[in-house]
Design a binder for this molecule. Sequence first.
Ligand code: HEM
Length: 412
Amino acid sequence: MTVCEVDVSINSQGNTSQQSSILLPWADEDFRANPHPWYDVLRRDSPVYLDPLQENSYVISRYADVIKYGKHHSLSSVVPDWVPKGPWSLFKASMIVKDGEEHVALRRRSNKWFTPKLANQYAQHTAAAVNYALNDMGPDGVIEAYRNLALLPAHYAMCAALGLPNDGYDSASAWMHDAMVGLGAAVTDAEEERCKTAFLYLTDRVKRHLQLRRDYPEPGMVSSWIDDVIHGEMTEQELFEGVLLFWATGTPNAAYLISGGLETFARNPEVFELWKSDKNAHQSILNELARLYNPEISFTRFTKEPLEISGVEIPANKMIRFMIASANRDPDVFPNPDCFDLTREVDSAGNLTFGIGAHQCPGMIISKAEVYAVFNTIAERVRKIELIGSPVYANSDRAASYVRLPLKMTLY
Ligand code: HEM
């Protein structure tokens, strides 16, 4: 199945004619709304791009380069001293800023909480939340699907894993959006300020959750980690940063992917029908959705020694930004890359949406379990999905996000 008549890209207002020495106008509104026309030029003209707008930074945009060098052993996630200390520099003891054995040890702490079996159990909370939202609809079946069918259902699964209360996530997810903007390539003063405030809020909530579980332990990752601290197997800082990372950052990404799927079902009823009628198609539908709706647009690493990529030598102590969103639509690997296409020769399982290498997303299993729970619950109960207004997106240069997705659901 190929759907090309309807543009399933993030937003369709791109400008294809731009060309200047600035190939990535990070702060430009049109660019943020739909960066793909710019990525097309970048891949063709400057696949290893020394970015005039970011200090010491190179941008890698071709699929072949991202997949080969994004996991290169010489690259580091440890942030060097020359990088200005923004709000994200509060992470000092977590897996996102560690290499080698230290990184592996931190990953092990969370891996056991996110096995496929446990993820499926947590995802029952997702299905229950979707059922609740469908039961709660008015007679016209109008629903704000981003919050009620994606964000909260995904969050409930995450809270089951962590063993935390599941209320209050509307505010947290809104602040998390502001925090993600602060990871971008050209962050304005106002964005940095909002990111700082976001972390004040998120930090305070995490402290509150930790206090709650110290007083009233519950089964789940957080109480178990608190025990590890008591037994000297984990530091307070590792506990705090780990909970902040999992509680705050994971869920919105899964919610954006789920929303991308619901929007695709609404725009292309034949894809929804296929999900309902053919279980064997589920995996390839999910892969193609993930390829097109990649919530994390890029990831960064630092060179510890010179590294040659496609004939360009990148010196030591530079930042490299690997563009997931560009690689996922590289026509050399995915012909007609903007089309939702289930007949690709190279299965879109090769998409880079969850990253690659040692830092590949540890939330991939639970995210996919959440996606299945939402789509399967809807497939059982909903005859028809319609878009009843324009979705509201809030894309930055680093994250592709939904704010609202207005749908009408006709139940069986
Ligand atoms: C559709 C949903 C998601 C997407 C697209 C996504 C994407 C990514 C990507 C691209 C990375 C790699 C970053 C890098 O290499 O620097 C990553 C890492 C990470 N993700 Fe996710 N993520 C999703 C959901 C989640 C969830 C649900 C959780 C929590 C369970 C989570 C927790 C993390 C953590 C802790 C890391 C850091 C891993 C490390 O540094 O070793 N993510 N994610």
